[in-house]
Design a protein around this ligand. Structure first.
Ligand code: NZQ
Ligand code: ZN
Length: 380
């Protein structure tokens, strides 16, 4: 088991009716005015917006609003929000939505103090402080509600990059799973795949951190079982709650304890896919890449992947585990190939260039250009 440092400063309020507490929590922190960051309108349709603003009003917290953060959020929108937040002299960011909204809000909180937030993304500047960040989560997937990451796409350079900093952890996140009943199943399934991928990015690193591996297996199995139940009944609150909490835990530091930094090769490849085609959701891209990655690497080192197959899918080998995983994803209606995602064969060289340009692929299983090419062909 590797040495590790675990520090997660985010306070979580979890469960039905917790959104009503957002105003009092901010008032207690002496926040007079915040910027409410939101997406394309889902929070108006499912009542989350009303709950949030009623609570702010009741507690005398003033706010301005910035709408229109898109899935796979962009730098242009982020810059616009930073400028608005400065003009309005807000004291905090309140992000209400899925991972894209949360990431944009978190990055804006840091960008508030920087000349150019993108410089922090490309390593030419550092985040040293941020406005206090509050979130109300409406889609369980990314773990953004309890981690220090913010993923943004620069449409000009076609780069999708993750910025990580201790200053990007939300001060408070509210997770009310019942507000996720309004999600189309496609988003629930894609979120479940993303959460599983966060677990799998750590899982194969070593086999000595037994407590963490056991936690990770339990989380992955809970994610699969809860998603199956939600496919049958989207209003199953217990399944929503277990999926939500498992997704939060999947990327809040716990799943990596003793397993080092993790691999993150599949995430790097997926980020290039959704940078090339922003309509592709992160979870859908991972659902195509991850099984192929396991298939490819397990041929070289089957033993390393056999525990995964046995513990998570009750299968005797990695080959059967991968088959089982693909069957599960297709049963959830998810794409299984790059072709299913709408990527054409003549785009593969462009994609390959984008992946290689993004840096070393994989921290543990380092993949060179030729290997990535084989992997892309495997999932085409
Ligand atoms: O924009 P609105 O109208 O809110 O609609 C959203 C969006 O269209 C909708 N939605 C959210 N909650 C809903 C809802 N619709 C109905 N009912 C609800 N309760 O869902 C759509 C997708 O939302 P999005 O926020 O894009 O999804 P997700 O949470 O999967 O976030 C994906 C982004 O997070 C990044 C991804 O790369 C991607 O950009 N990631 C962030 C990470 C992190 N911060 O740690 C790690 C991840 O690996 C990932 O890279
Ligand atoms: Zn992810």
């Amino acid at each position: 088991m590797q040495s590790f440092s675990f520090h997660n400063p985010t306070k979580v309020l979890f469960g039905e009716n917790q959104i009503a507490n957002i105003g009092s929590q901010m008032k207690r922190d002496k926040i007079d005015k915040c910027i409410l960051v939101a997406g394309g309108g889902s929070i108006k349709n499912n009542g989350v917006y009303d709950q949030v603003v009623q609570s702010l009003e009741k507690n005398g917290v003033k706010w301005v609003e910035s709408w229109g953060v898109q899935p796979n959020p962009t730098l242009d929108k982020l810059d616009e929000i930073i400028e608005f937040a400065r003009k309005e002299e807000v004291q905090a960011v309140l992000a209400v939505g899925g991972g894209s909204v949360l990431d944009t809000g978190k990055a804006a909180a840091a960008g508030f103090f920087l000349d150019n937030i993108w410089d922090a993304y490309i390593g030419e500047d550092r985040v040293t402080k941020a406005l206090p960040i509050y979130t109300v989560l409406t889609l369980s997937a990314t773990g953004s509600e309890m981690n220090g990451n913010a993923v943004i796409t620069n449409m000009d350079t076609k780069e999708k990059i993750c910025l990580s900093s201790i200053h990007l952890y939300p001060k408070l996140s509210i997770i009310d799973p019942s507000v996720q009943n309004s999600l189309p199943f496609k988003h629930t399934a894609s979120g479940a795949m993303d959460a599983m991928a966060h677990i799998f990015e750590y899982y194969f690193v070593n086999d000595t951190a037994l407590s963490t591996l056991a936690i990770n297996e339990a989380l992955a199995k809970t994610i699969i079982e809860s998603t199956d139940r939600l496919q049958a009944n989207p209003a199953d609150l217990n399944a929503r709650s277990n999926l939500a909490w498992s997704s939060t835990l999947a990327l809040n530091g716990i799943t990596g304890a003793g397993l080092g930094f993790g691999d993150w090769g599949c995430h790097a490849i997926e980020h290039a896919i959704s940078a090339l085609r922003p309509h592709i959701s992160h979870g859908e891209g991972l659902g195509v890449i991850f099984p192929a990655w396991i298939e490819y690497l397990s041929e070289k080192d089957p033993m390393r992947f056999s525990r995964w197959a046995k513990e998570i899918f009750s299968e005797s080998s990695a080959t059967f585990g991968v088959k089982h995983m693909r069957l599960k994803l297709s049963g959830w209606g998810m794409p299984l190939s790059l072709r299913d995602l709408g990527i054409q064969q003549d785009e593969l060289p462009i994609l390959l260039d984008m992946i290689v340009k993004s840096g070393t692929i994989g921290n543990v299983f380092k993949l060179g250009r030729d290997e990535i090419h084989i992997l892309l062909m495997l999932c085409f």
